[in-house]
Design a protein around this ligand. Sequence first.
Ligand code: PLP
Length: 382
Amino acid sequence: MHWLKHKLAQQRQHNRYRQRHSFDGPQQVHSVLNGQPVTSFCSNDYLGLANHPEIKTAFQQGIAQWGVGAGAAHLLNGHRRPHAELEAALAEWLGQPRALLFSTGYMANLAIATALVGKGDSIIQDRLNHASMIDGAQLSAARLLRYQHADADSLQRQLAQASGNVLVMTDGVFSMEGDIAPLPALAAHCRARDALLMVDDAHGLGVLGDKCGAGSVAQAGLSAEDVPLVMGTLGKALGGFGAFVAGHEDVIDALMQFARSYIYTTASPPALACANLAALRLAQRDTWRREKLQALIGQFKAGAAQLGLALMPSDTPIQPIRIGDDGRCAQLGQALLSAGFHVAAVRAPTVPAGTARLRITLSAAHNDEDIEQLLSALQYLL
Ligand SMILES: *Cc1c(COP(=O)(O)O)cnc(C)c1O
Protein backbone atom coordinates (compact mmCIF):
# COMPACT_ATOMS: atom_id res chain seq x y z
CA MET A 1 0.00 0.00 0.00
CA HIS A 2 3.03 2.29 -0.54
CA TRP A 3 1.06 4.04 -3.29
CA LEU A 4 -1.39 5.35 -0.69
CA LYS A 5 1.36 7.21 1.19
CA HIS A 6 2.24 8.93 -2.06
CA LYS A 7 -1.37 9.82 -2.85
CA LEU A 8 -1.95 11.19 0.64
CA ALA A 9 1.21 13.31 0.47
CA GLN A 10 -0.01 14.72 -2.84
CA GLN A 11 -3.34 15.59 -1.30
CA ARG A 12 -1.51 17.56 1.41
CA GLN A 13 0.74 19.26 -1.12
CA HIS A 14 -2.26 20.47 -3.09
CA ASN A 15 -3.89 21.92 0.04
CA ARG A 16 -6.74 19.46 -0.41
CA TYR A 17 -6.17 17.36 2.66
CA ARG A 18 -9.44 16.97 4.58
CA GLN A 19 -9.69 16.88 8.36
CA ARG A 20 -12.43 16.43 10.88
CA HIS A 21 -13.09 18.42 14.04
CA SER A 22 -14.61 16.78 17.11
CA PHE A 23 -17.11 19.13 18.71
CA ASP A 24 -17.94 18.89 22.39
CA GLY A 25 -21.69 19.17 22.16
CA PRO A 26 -24.74 18.73 19.97
CA GLN A 27 -25.29 20.42 16.61
CA GLN A 28 -26.16 24.03 17.32
CA VAL A 29 -24.97 27.48 16.26
CA HIS A 30 -22.89 28.06 19.40
CA SER A 31 -20.64 25.12 20.19
CA VAL A 32 -17.31 24.25 21.77
CA LEU A 33 -14.23 22.97 19.93
CA ASN A 34 -11.05 22.07 21.84
CA GLY A 35 -12.31 24.05 24.81
CA GLN A 36 -12.92 27.20 22.72
CA PRO A 37 -16.35 28.62 21.91
CA VAL A 38 -17.13 28.61 18.17
CA THR A 39 -20.02 29.98 16.16
CA SER A 40 -20.89 27.64 13.32
CA PHE A 41 -21.60 28.93 9.83
CA CYS A 42 -21.25 25.63 8.08
CA SER A 43 -24.06 23.29 9.06
CA ASN A 44 -27.06 22.53 6.86
CA ASP A 45 -29.34 22.78 9.91
CA TYR A 46 -31.05 25.76 8.26
CA LEU A 47 -34.07 25.87 10.55
CA GLY A 48 -32.17 25.10 13.76
CA LEU A 49 -34.09 21.87 14.41
CA ALA A 50 -31.25 19.36 14.99
CA ASN A 51 -31.39 19.78 18.76
CA HIS A 52 -35.05 20.75 19.15
CA PRO A 53 -36.73 19.43 22.34
CA GLU A 54 -39.97 18.33 20.61
CA ILE A 55 -38.02 16.27 18.09
CA LYS A 56 -35.79 14.77 20.77
CA THR A 57 -38.87 13.73 22.74
CA ALA A 58 -40.42 12.15 19.63
CA PHE A 59 -37.18 10.22 19.07
CA GLN A 60 -37.10 9.01 22.69
CA GLN A 61 -40.76 8.00 22.68
CA GLY A 62 -40.18 6.29 19.34
CA ILE A 63 -37.40 4.21 20.86
CA ALA A 64 -39.60 3.32 23.85
CA GLN A 65 -42.36 2.12 21.53
CA TRP A 66 -40.46 0.72 18.53
CA GLY A 67 -37.04 -0.24 19.85
CA VAL A 68 -33.76 0.56 18.15
CA GLY A 69 -33.14 -1.55 15.04
CA ALA A 70 -35.60 -2.22 12.22
CA GLY A 71 -34.25 -5.77 11.94
CA ALA A 72 -34.14 -6.10 8.17
CA ALA A 73 -34.69 -4.38 4.85
CA HIS A 74 -38.05 -2.72 4.13
CA LEU A 75 -39.08 -5.55 1.79
CA LEU A 76 -38.42 -8.18 4.45
CA ASN A 77 -39.79 -7.25 7.87
CA GLY A 78 -38.08 -3.87 8.45
CA HIS A 79 -41.01 -1.69 7.35
CA ARG A 80 -43.09 -0.42 10.28
CA ARG A 81 -45.99 1.95 10.89
CA PRO A 82 -43.81 5.05 11.60
CA HIS A 83 -42.09 4.56 8.22
CA ALA A 84 -45.46 4.37 6.47
CA GLU A 85 -46.81 7.42 8.33
CA LEU A 86 -43.72 9.47 7.50
CA GLU A 87 -43.94 8.49 3.82
CA ALA A 88 -47.59 9.56 3.67
CA ALA A 89 -46.85 12.90 5.39
CA LEU A 90 -43.90 13.62 3.07
CA ALA A 91 -45.95 12.87 -0.07
CA GLU A 92 -48.72 15.16 1.13
CA TRP A 93 -46.25 17.94 2.03
CA LEU A 94 -44.78 17.94 -1.46
CA GLY A 95 -48.10 17.44 -3.23
CA GLN A 96 -46.89 14.17 -4.75
CA PRO A 97 -48.89 10.92 -4.99
CA ARG A 98 -46.39 8.80 -3.06
CA ALA A 99 -43.08 8.80 -1.19
CA LEU A 100 -40.43 6.21 -0.40
CA LEU A 101 -37.90 6.45 2.44
CA PHE A 102 -34.19 5.87 1.89
CA SER A 103 -31.42 5.57 4.47
CA THR A 104 -29.52 8.50 2.94
CA GLY A 105 -29.83 10.98 0.11
CA TYR A 106 -26.69 9.53 -1.41
CA MET A 107 -28.39 6.14 -1.68
CA ALA A 108 -31.62 7.69 -2.99
CA ASN A 109 -29.71 9.34 -5.84
CA LEU A 110 -27.92 6.09 -6.69
CA ALA A 111 -31.36 4.45 -6.80
CA ILE A 112 -32.89 7.02 -9.12
CA ALA A 113 -30.03 6.97 -11.62
CA THR A 114 -29.77 3.18 -11.77
CA ALA A 115 -33.36 1.93 -11.42
CA LEU A 116 -35.33 4.27 -13.67
CA VAL A 117 -33.13 4.23 -16.78
CA GLY A 118 -30.71 1.69 -18.24
CA LYS A 119 -28.81 0.59 -21.34
CA GLY A 120 -29.65 2.69 -24.39
CA ASP A 121 -31.15 5.47 -22.21
CA SER A 122 -29.73 8.86 -21.21
CA ILE A 123 -29.21 10.82 -18.02
CA ILE A 124 -28.73 14.58 -18.41
CA GLN A 125 -27.33 16.56 -15.48
CA ASP A 126 -26.39 20.11 -14.58
CA ARG A 127 -22.59 20.45 -14.55
CA LEU A 128 -22.59 21.50 -10.90
CA ASN A 129 -24.87 18.76 -9.56
CA HIS A 130 -24.08 17.14 -6.21
CA ALA A 131 -21.55 14.27 -6.26
CA SER A 132 -24.22 11.70 -5.38
CA MET A 133 -26.06 12.29 -8.66
CA ILE A 134 -22.83 12.10 -10.64
CA ASP A 135 -21.93 8.84 -8.85
CA GLY A 136 -25.41 7.48 -9.57
CA ALA A 137 -24.90 8.18 -13.25
CA GLN A 138 -21.47 6.47 -13.17
CA LEU A 139 -23.14 3.39 -11.73
CA SER A 140 -26.02 3.50 -14.20
CA ALA A 141 -25.99 1.73 -17.56
CA ALA A 142 -27.47 4.87 -19.12
CA ARG A 143 -25.26 7.39 -20.94
CA LEU A 144 -24.41 10.59 -19.03
CA LEU A 145 -24.72 13.99 -20.73
CA ARG A 146 -24.16 17.28 -18.91
CA TYR A 147 -25.43 20.80 -19.55
CA GLN A 148 -24.07 24.22 -18.57
CA HIS A 149 -24.91 25.26 -15.05
CA ALA A 150 -28.52 26.44 -14.64
CA ASP A 151 -28.81 26.90 -18.41
CA ALA A 152 -32.13 25.70 -19.87
CA ASP A 153 -31.02 26.33 -23.47
CA SER A 154 -27.99 24.12 -22.90
CA LEU A 155 -30.33 21.43 -21.52
CA GLN A 156 -32.47 21.73 -24.64
CA ARG A 157 -29.42 21.09 -26.83
CA GLN A 158 -28.51 18.00 -24.81
CA LEU A 159 -32.10 16.74 -24.97
CA ALA A 160 -31.82 16.83 -28.74
CA GLN A 161 -28.67 14.62 -28.50
CA ALA A 162 -30.13 12.15 -26.01
CA SER A 163 -31.20 8.64 -26.96
CA GLY A 164 -33.74 6.30 -25.41
CA ASN A 165 -35.66 7.17 -22.26
CA VAL A 166 -34.34 10.35 -20.69
CA LEU A 167 -33.87 11.27 -17.04
CA VAL A 168 -32.91 14.88 -16.27
CA MET A 169 -31.39 15.50 -12.83
CA THR A 170 -30.76 18.82 -11.11
CA ASP A 171 -30.17 20.26 -7.68
CA GLY A 172 -33.09 22.52 -6.66
CA VAL A 173 -30.70 24.73 -4.69
CA PHE A 174 -27.04 24.18 -5.64
CA SER A 175 -25.18 23.01 -2.58
CA MET A 176 -21.90 24.87 -3.16
CA GLU A 177 -23.30 27.94 -4.98
CA GLY A 178 -26.62 28.61 -3.27
CA ASP A 179 -28.41 29.58 -6.48
CA ILE A 180 -31.73 28.07 -7.53
CA ALA A 181 -32.24 25.97 -10.69
CA PRO A 182 -34.45 27.57 -13.39
CA LEU A 183 -37.10 24.91 -12.79
CA PRO A 184 -40.00 26.27 -14.91
CA ALA A 185 -37.80 26.42 -18.04
CA LEU A 186 -36.22 23.02 -17.32
CA ALA A 187 -39.69 21.50 -16.79
CA ALA A 188 -40.98 22.93 -20.07
CA HIS A 189 -38.09 21.42 -22.07
CA CYS A 190 -38.49 18.06 -20.33
CA ARG A 191 -42.20 17.99 -21.08
CA ALA A 192 -41.56 18.72 -24.77
CA ARG A 193 -39.15 15.74 -25.00
CA ASP A 194 -41.15 13.46 -22.68
CA ALA A 195 -38.13 13.37 -20.35
CA LEU A 196 -38.47 12.62 -16.63
CA LEU A 197 -37.35 15.61 -14.53
CA MET A 198 -35.90 14.91 -11.09
CA VAL A 199 -35.13 17.66 -8.56
CA ASP A 200 -32.72 17.01 -5.69
CA ASP A 201 -34.10 19.41 -3.09
CA ALA A 202 -31.66 18.64 -0.27
CA HIS A 203 -31.12 22.37 0.31
CA GLY A 204 -34.54 23.72 -0.68
CA LEU A 205 -36.83 21.57 1.40
CA GLY A 206 -38.02 23.35 4.55
CA VAL A 207 -36.28 26.56 3.44
CA LEU A 208 -38.06 27.60 0.23
CA GLY A 209 -41.78 27.62 -0.55
CA ASP A 210 -43.32 30.43 1.45
CA LYS A 211 -46.35 28.79 2.97
CA CYS A 212 -45.16 25.52 4.40
CA GLY A 213 -41.58 25.11 3.26
CA ALA A 214 -42.34 22.52 0.59
CA GLY A 215 -39.17 23.49 -1.26
CA SER A 216 -37.94 24.77 -4.61
CA VAL A 217 -40.64 23.08 -6.71
CA ALA A 218 -43.39 24.74 -4.66
CA GLN A 219 -41.56 28.06 -4.76
CA ALA A 220 -41.38 27.85 -8.57
CA GLY A 221 -45.16 27.31 -8.64
CA LEU A 222 -44.76 23.89 -10.28
CA SER A 223 -46.94 20.82 -9.79
CA ALA A 224 -46.36 17.09 -9.56
CA GLU A 225 -47.04 16.88 -13.32
CA ASP A 226 -44.23 19.34 -14.04
CA VAL A 227 -41.79 17.64 -11.66
CA PRO A 228 -42.81 13.98 -11.19
CA LEU A 229 -39.79 13.14 -9.04
CA VAL A 230 -38.29 14.97 -6.05
CA MET A 231 -35.51 13.75 -3.75
CA GLY A 232 -35.42 15.32 -0.30
CA THR A 233 -33.11 14.80 2.66
CA LEU A 234 -34.13 14.69 6.30
CA GLY A 235 -30.66 15.54 7.66
CA LYS A 236 -30.52 19.17 6.55
CA ALA A 237 -33.31 21.68 7.23
CA LEU A 238 -35.28 18.96 9.04
CA GLY A 239 -32.39 18.43 11.43
CA GLY A 240 -32.65 14.62 11.48
CA PHE A 241 -31.23 11.89 9.29
CA GLY A 242 -32.28 10.01 6.18
CA ALA A 243 -33.92 10.84 2.88
CA PHE A 244 -36.89 10.13 0.64
CA VAL A 245 -38.10 10.23 -2.92
CA ALA A 246 -41.57 11.63 -3.61
CA GLY A 247 -43.24 11.28 -6.96
CA HIS A 248 -45.51 9.57 -9.43
CA GLU A 249 -46.90 6.15 -8.45
CA ASP A 250 -44.99 4.36 -11.20
CA VAL A 251 -41.72 6.07 -10.29
CA ILE A 252 -42.00 5.01 -6.66
CA ASP A 253 -43.09 1.51 -7.63
CA ALA A 254 -40.13 1.14 -10.01
CA LEU A 255 -37.70 2.28 -7.29
CA MET A 256 -39.12 -0.26 -4.85
CA GLN A 257 -38.86 -3.05 -7.44
CA PHE A 258 -35.51 -2.25 -9.05
CA ALA A 259 -33.36 0.03 -6.84
CA ARG A 260 -30.55 -2.01 -5.30
CA SER A 261 -29.74 0.72 -2.75
CA TYR A 262 -33.33 0.33 -1.52
CA ILE A 263 -33.67 -3.44 -1.67
CA TYR A 264 -30.33 -4.58 -0.27
CA THR A 265 -30.02 -2.49 2.86
CA THR A 266 -31.47 -2.46 6.36
CA ALA A 267 -34.44 -0.16 6.99
CA SER A 268 -33.57 2.86 9.14
CA PRO A 269 -34.72 2.77 12.79
CA PRO A 270 -38.50 3.31 13.08
CA ALA A 271 -37.88 5.74 15.96
CA LEU A 272 -35.93 7.90 13.51
CA ALA A 273 -39.10 8.09 11.41
CA CYS A 274 -40.95 9.29 14.55
CA ALA A 275 -38.34 12.04 15.02
CA ASN A 276 -38.39 12.99 11.34
CA LEU A 277 -42.19 13.21 11.41
CA ALA A 278 -42.05 15.59 14.40
CA ALA A 279 -39.46 17.68 12.50
CA LEU A 280 -41.67 17.77 9.41
CA ARG A 281 -44.60 19.12 11.48
CA LEU A 282 -42.36 21.82 12.99
CA ALA A 283 -40.93 22.76 9.60
CA GLN A 284 -44.47 23.13 8.19
CA ARG A 285 -45.87 24.98 11.18
CA ASP A 286 -43.11 27.39 12.23
CA THR A 287 -43.18 29.87 9.35
CA TRP A 288 -41.25 32.28 11.63
CA ARG A 289 -38.12 30.17 11.14
CA ARG A 290 -38.19 30.73 7.36
CA GLU A 291 -38.97 34.42 7.87
CA LYS A 292 -36.13 34.89 10.35
CA LEU A 293 -33.75 33.03 8.06
CA GLN A 294 -34.68 35.32 5.15
CA ALA A 295 -34.06 38.38 7.32
CA LEU A 296 -30.63 37.06 8.33
CA ILE A 297 -29.78 36.32 4.68
CA GLY A 298 -30.73 39.91 3.81
CA GLN A 299 -28.62 41.26 6.67
CA PHE A 300 -25.59 39.19 5.66
CA LYS A 301 -25.82 40.09 1.97
CA ALA A 302 -26.20 43.81 2.67
CA GLY A 303 -23.25 43.77 5.08
CA ALA A 304 -21.06 41.73 2.74
CA ALA A 305 -21.88 44.03 -0.21
CA GLN A 306 -20.82 47.02 1.89
CA LEU A 307 -17.48 45.32 2.53
CA GLY A 308 -17.10 44.57 -1.17
CA LEU A 309 -16.91 40.78 -0.62
CA ALA A 310 -17.17 38.55 -3.71
CA LEU A 311 -20.54 36.96 -2.96
CA MET A 312 -22.16 34.57 -5.44
CA PRO A 313 -25.68 35.20 -6.82
CA SER A 314 -27.61 33.48 -4.03
CA ASP A 315 -30.77 34.33 -2.10
CA THR A 316 -30.65 31.14 -0.05
CA PRO A 317 -28.91 30.38 3.27
CA ILE A 318 -25.88 29.16 1.28
CA GLN A 319 -23.74 32.29 0.83
CA PRO A 320 -20.32 31.40 -0.60
CA ILE A 321 -17.49 33.94 -0.88
CA ARG A 322 -15.27 33.34 -3.88
CA ILE A 323 -11.56 32.99 -3.01
CA GLY A 324 -10.12 31.01 -5.95
CA ASP A 325 -6.86 29.53 -4.72
CA ASP A 326 -7.10 26.32 -2.65
CA GLY A 327 -4.21 27.23 -0.34
CA ARG A 328 -5.47 30.72 0.44
CA CYS A 329 -8.97 29.39 1.00
CA ALA A 330 -7.68 26.77 3.48
CA GLN A 331 -5.67 29.46 5.32
CA LEU A 332 -8.68 31.73 5.59
CA GLY A 333 -10.77 28.87 6.94
CA GLN A 334 -8.11 28.27 9.60
CA ALA A 335 -7.88 31.95 10.48
CA LEU A 336 -11.66 32.20 10.85
CA LEU A 337 -11.67 29.15 13.09
CA SER A 338 -8.96 30.68 15.29
CA ALA A 339 -11.19 33.75 15.55
CA GLY A 340 -14.09 31.53 16.69
CA PHE A 341 -16.03 31.12 13.43
CA HIS A 342 -16.40 27.74 11.76
CA VAL A 343 -16.82 28.20 8.01
CA ALA A 344 -16.23 25.51 5.37
CA ALA A 345 -13.23 26.13 3.09
CA VAL A 346 -14.49 24.26 0.04
CA ARG A 347 -11.83 23.22 -2.45
CA ALA A 348 -11.46 20.90 -5.46
CA PRO A 349 -12.70 18.33 -6.23
CA THR A 350 -15.89 19.34 -4.37
CA VAL A 351 -15.90 22.46 -6.58
CA PRO A 352 -14.05 22.99 -9.90
CA ALA A 353 -10.29 23.67 -9.49
CA GLY A 354 -9.52 27.37 -9.10
CA THR A 355 -12.94 28.20 -7.66
CA ALA A 356 -12.26 27.51 -3.97
CA ARG A 357 -14.67 29.34 -1.72
CA LEU A 358 -15.68 29.97 1.86
CA ARG A 359 -19.10 28.36 2.07
CA ILE A 360 -21.02 30.30 4.68
CA THR A 361 -24.39 28.88 5.66
CA LEU A 362 -26.97 30.66 7.76
CA SER A 363 -29.55 29.22 10.10
CA ALA A 364 -32.72 30.49 11.74
CA ALA A 365 -30.88 29.76 14.99
CA HIS A 366 -28.38 32.56 14.31
CA ASN A 367 -29.08 36.04 15.60
CA ASP A 368 -28.19 39.53 14.35
CA GLU A 369 -25.04 39.70 16.49
CA ASP A 370 -23.70 36.41 15.07
CA ILE A 371 -23.94 37.89 11.57
CA GLU A 372 -22.37 41.21 12.63
CA GLN A 373 -19.47 39.42 14.31
CA LEU A 374 -18.84 37.21 11.28
CA LEU A 375 -18.86 40.26 9.00
CA SER A 376 -16.31 42.01 11.26
CA ALA A 377 -14.05 38.95 11.16
CA LEU A 378 -14.33 38.79 7.35
CA GLN A 379 -13.57 42.50 7.07
CA TYR A 380 -10.43 42.01 9.14
CA LEU A 381 -9.20 38.87 7.30
CA LEU A 382 -10.10 39.51 3.65
C1 PLP B 1 -26.44 16.23 1.30
C2 PLP B 1 -26.86 16.03 -0.10
C3 PLP B 1 -27.19 14.76 -0.58
C4 PLP B 1 -26.96 13.52 0.23
O1 PLP B 1 -27.87 13.40 1.27
P1 PLP B 1 -27.47 12.53 2.56
O2 PLP B 1 -28.76 12.19 3.18
O3 PLP B 1 -26.61 13.42 3.39
O4 PLP B 1 -26.73 11.33 2.06
C5 PLP B 1 -27.69 14.66 -1.85
N1 PLP B 1 -27.82 15.74 -2.64
C6 PLP B 1 -27.49 16.97 -2.23
C7 PLP B 1 -27.66 18.14 -3.15
C8 PLP B 1 -26.98 17.15 -0.95
O5 PLP B 1 -26.61 18.37 -0.55
